[in-house]
Design a protein around this ligand. Sequence first.
Ligand code: CAA
Ligand code: NAI
Length: 256
Amino acid sequence: MASPIGLLSGRLALVTGGGSGIGRAVCHVLAREGARVVVADLNSIAAEETKKYLDDMGGRNEHLALPVDVSVGRSVQSLIVDIRGKFNSAPSIVVNSAGITRDNFLLKMDENSWNAVMNVNLKGTFLVTQAAAAAILDDKIPMSSIINIASIIGKTGNVGQCNYAASKAGVEAFTRSVSKELAKHNVRVNAVLPGFIETPMVQSVPDKVKEKFKALIPFGRMGLPEEVAEVVLFLASDRSSYVTGNCIEVSGGLAT
Ligand code: CAA
Ligand code: NAI
């Protein structure tokens, strides 16, 4: 149920990867707090499903589902044009959650797997942030917040994930750099570093590897997408008005 006066009343949010997992949970929480939400995803059917859920939550806000491939500049540009056409404004909240894995050991990793992960996770975050920030400045949005979903794996590294770990470490460095550039425009830029979260992304991880990880997590369990979404909400809202350039771990204590 969307609250009548939420933390994000009057705000417009863009969530990439909003069709599944963490992105979908973020859409739910932002809508619950009164934001209008643009659900953007490569999988347009999944994006529509998320939007339908938001509509069914019963608030008065209008939400929108749009297709995007975050790894392609033209696609990202059209997304921003479509959002401004529909809502007459740039989003004041941007959540970069679209991401993929192509796991393999270094010695077996092909160039396509390296490129795919870099293009979606790192280049996609750059393209969406750049296009959204330009629109935010153009529309003179007074306060805005960009939140990048990185990963604890960018800090710890992981067997079978040299491409993914490098992409997520890149997202952290990108976040810190861009936060310094955009602070003078009142655009805050932060990252969330989830640990192992129960979403379709982790379903393909072999059971024995999952068990190894659970043994390393002090809470002894994987996290829920909603537990990440609530931290994203904090960063999106004015409750974090003096927080920028930060990378917050949401990992059940999984050691870095
Ligand atoms: N940590 C520790 N050991 C691992 C491991 C990991 N992440 N991944 C694989 N291994 C071990 C296996 O347990 C196995 O050990 P034994 O020989 O003792 O049985 C050995 O490496 C070989 O593994 P496979 O038989 O599975 O080898 P494969 O060639 O068939 O597959 C692989 C290789 C694709 C890397 C596969 O093992 C795999 O998918 N591993 C999981 C990688 C992983 O942890 N991904 C996390 C995805 S979730 C995510 O990325 C979100 C996030 O941000 C946290
Ligand atoms: P998911 O696989 O459930 O959802 C990812 C979504 O991104 C999907 O809807 C997919 O269609 C979309 N997507 C993929 N490529 C895209 C592209 N090129 N353009 C637009 N959308 C695209 O994954 P999950 O778990 O929700 O992951 C979300 C983010 O959180 C990712 O960036 C992931 O790396 C990160 N993360 C996930 C963790 C986990 O344990 N599940 C842990 C740490 C970080």
